[in-house]
Design a protein around this ligand. Structure first.
Ligand code: ZN
Ligand code: ZN
Length: 336
């Protein structure tokens, strides 16, 4: 609009469509290791749409629409996201947990977020590290946080949470009807980043060993006789609340307690029935204390020594990388 000597002249602005095409105003790049639902909530927030209504825009059914998409992303929605964000299809697909060789160890997703009323003994669908959320430039939720075998943060060494520290209810960012970021509880409006206590060294060693073994499984290594490690770990039943439950059905509090009992040599809630799954859990707990030393010696033997620098308390070498490095060395020797 301009004011001139003969009056006011109005020049129409360029239409949004011709200036930006079909792109949404804001395109958010996925963060490393981010879960699809987390990226969708951030995308919705950046474009001024509360997640509850963004699910309707995508025509994704169910109250927990985004968590469902983590497990199965229909081609129609994948195409729509690619068209409006211009992020490659494969990058969006990589945010999902599908296909999922560790499905049996994923925390359960209920039909509706009635987990808002879930007692503290019940598993919720997603965990988080409050320290990671507090440190992130833009807080986001990681794919690994949906695994029941994870109870602490490899980066910070603190325990994860599976509930809001204020109201004690499971996370439901997909239900958020107000325009607030997803690190704010959708039920009570409290920040989720209240710090937790550190995990014990024993728990962290056991968790790290299980994570390494699962990475091997996911990268194609198989146990003897074609057994599936996730199935073996996921089929063991533990006695909590007087009921036998697999690890994926336990709350974070009970899973952390289970890991402590296994590593402290306390009596473990295995119940009376002994199975190969129970025996395997016990065996893994027994070897966990020596695991770090074994991996270090292995990495010293097959990987170049790192340059001297400040000490880091981040996670140790990745076992799958070590095995691949050893295989490459073996190939080189055979070639010679
Ligand atoms: Zn963390
Ligand atoms: Zn809350």
């Amino acid at each position: 609009m301009r004011f001139g000597p003969t009056g006011i002249s109005v020049t129409p602005a360029e239409r949004y469509e011709s200036a930006a095409g079909n792109r949404w105003p804001m395109s958010i790049m996925p963060a490393p290791g981010e879960l699809l639902s987390s990226w969708l909530h951030r995308l919705a927030y950046a474009n001024g749409i509360p997640p509850h209504y963004f699910g309707a825009l995508l025509e994704a059914p169910g109250e927990n629409w985004s968590a469902r998409l983590d497990r199965a992303l229909p081609g129609r929605i994948l195409q729509l996201l690619e068209e409006h964000t211009h992020i490659p299809l494969e990058d969006i697909t990589a945010l999902t947990n599908a296909p999922d060789p560790l499905a049996v160890l994923r925390l359960p997703l209920r039909a509706s977020p009635q987990q808002s009323c879930a007692p503290k003994t019940q598993a919720t669908w997603l965990q988080f590290c409050p320290a990671c959320l507090a440190e992130d430039e833009t807080p986001y939720f990681r794919r690994d946080w949906r695994l029941a075998t994870r109870v602490s943060c490899f980066r910070h060494g603190c325990r994860l949470r599976d509930r809001c520290p204020s109201c004690g209810q499971g996370l439901a960012p997909f239900s958020q009807k107000r325009l607030v970021p997803h690190q704010i509880c959708a039920w009570c409006g409290a920040a989720l980043c209240k710090r937790t206590r550190p995990a014990t060294n024993g728990v962290r060693r056991l968790e790290r060993l299980i994570d390494d073994l699962l990475r091997l499984q996911a990268s194609g290594h198989r146990m003897a006789e074609g057994r599936s490690l996730p199935d073996l770990l996921g089929s063991a039943c533990f006695q909590f609340s007087r009921r036998p439950m697999s690890i994926a059905r336990l709350s974070h509090r009970d899973r952390y307690q289970l890991f402590r009992q296994l590593t402290d040599g306390q009596s473990t809630p295995f119940g009376t029935r002994r199975s190969s799954a129970i025996i395997y859990w016990k065996r893994v707990a027994q070897v966990a204390p020596a695991w770090g030393g074994l991996v270090t010696s292995f990495s010293d033997a097959v990987l170049p020594r790192p340059k001297a620098g400040p000490c880091s308390n981040t996670a140790g070498p990745n076992l799958a990388d070590l095995v691949q490095a050893a295989a490459r060395l073996d190939q080189q020797r055979q070639a010679l």
